[in-house]
Design a protein. Structure first.
Ligand code: XIL
Length: 320
């Protein structure tokens, strides 16, 4: 049986999955699929700051360690996710007790402490996640408000200092096609590169949905153009959180439209030489974040609730 991993490896490509720490711990079927089908993994939640350091100075590395250990044992790349985000922050960061200088120092320590712990085992990092609003202005996070817009460049410099060999990414959604956010992200990456800020790549989350009724024109028509556009800046690009949710209940037409959308995403990435990896945000519908994250929607992944291959799997396999 030829897996996605085998096909990707033969072409020098990375195909990845987000990893649920709880599923990995308890579900041997999940472990098997993860190791045979993928050569890259991204901790879905385990490396978010609130999960690593809920109490200041008392890090809890166990869940992240378990994923990294699994990946190393199975020869998989780890995409670290994510160091600077407006969400999943510990309350000791958000409760307003820290001065600006303390906040800045805490962010630097968080980036560098996390990266140093995993240096040599986590080779790619989403350093900054979801920095933009839909209109292309910077998102009003605690980081923007307290540290100013320079927090982005600072984060990349601190990250590079901590692990000079890691590939450093900025990651976002709704930049996969011609949006104001895409324009703003493009300008930011261009400017950062011009200033010598160490940024190596741009991640496109690619959370996608099949509308009901199913539209004649399916999504992701512009993804490959977008990947090429950014690659033109001299950075790597990646599809980092691909999933294609459908309005529940799923039916054969929706599942077919979903499969075609997955095929497009895979063809878009694998057809661009600087698109170095494609990661799906969830291995199986059994544990998908969509069920709780987007009520009424689901069935977003390549494998069903019994870990069986869906038409989407077959389409991705065909592209590889
Ligand atoms: C999501 C996880 O999948 C959920 O389990 C969690 O409750 C919230 O975060 N963009 C990102 C990811 O960059 O980190 C998010 O992951 C999904 C949206």
């Amino acid at each position: 049986e030829i897996t996605l991993r085998t096909l990707a490896a033969a072409r020098g490509l990375r195909i990845g999955s987000a990893v649920s720490d709880s599923a990995l711990e308890k579900d041997s079927g999940y472990q098997d699929k993860l190791k045979y089908e993928f050569n890259s993994v991204t901790p879905e939640n385990a490396m978010k700051w609130a999960n690593l350091e809920a109490t200041r100075g008392k890090p809890t590395w166990e869940k992240a360690d378990a994923i990294v250990d699994f990946a190393v044992r199975n020869g998989q790349t780890v995409r670290g996710h994510t160091l600077v985000w407006h969400r999943s922050l510990p309350t000791w960061i958000t409760d307003g007790t820290l001065s600006t200088a303390e906040l800045r120092d805490a962010l630097k320590q968080h980036i560098q402490g996390t990266m140093k712990r995993y240096a040599g085992r986590v080779s790619v990092w989403d350093v900054v996640n979801e920095a933009f609003n839909e209109d292309g202005t910077l998102r009003p996070s605690i980081w923007l408000e307290r540290l100013g817009s320079g927090y982005i460049a600072d984060a990349f410099r601190w990250a590079h200092e901590a692990d000079p060999s890691a590939k450093l990414y900025i990651n976002d959604f709704d930049a996969e096609w011609a949006t104001p956010k895409r324009d703003a992200l493009y300008k930011l990456v261009r400017d950062l590169r011009a200033q010598g800020v160490p940024i190596d790549g741009v991640g496109f989350q690619t959370h996608t949905l099949i509308k009901d009724p199913i539209p004649a024109a399916l999504p992701l028509t512009q993804l490959q153009d977008t990947l090429k556009l950014f690659a033109g800046l001299g950075v790597d690009v990646a599809v980092t959180e691909l999933d294609v949710r459908v309005k529940l209940p799923a039916d054969a037409d929706k599942v077919a439209a979903q499969a075609e959308t997955y095929r497009r995403a895979a063809a878009a990435c694998f057809g661009v030489s600087r698109c170095v990896s494609l990661t799906v945000w969830g291995l199986t519908d059994k544990y998908s974040w969509v069920d709780s994250g987007v009520p009424g929607w689901g069935a977003a992944d390549l494998l069903d609730r019994n870990l069986q291959k869906k038409p989407a799997y077959t389409q991705v396999q065909a592209v590889l």
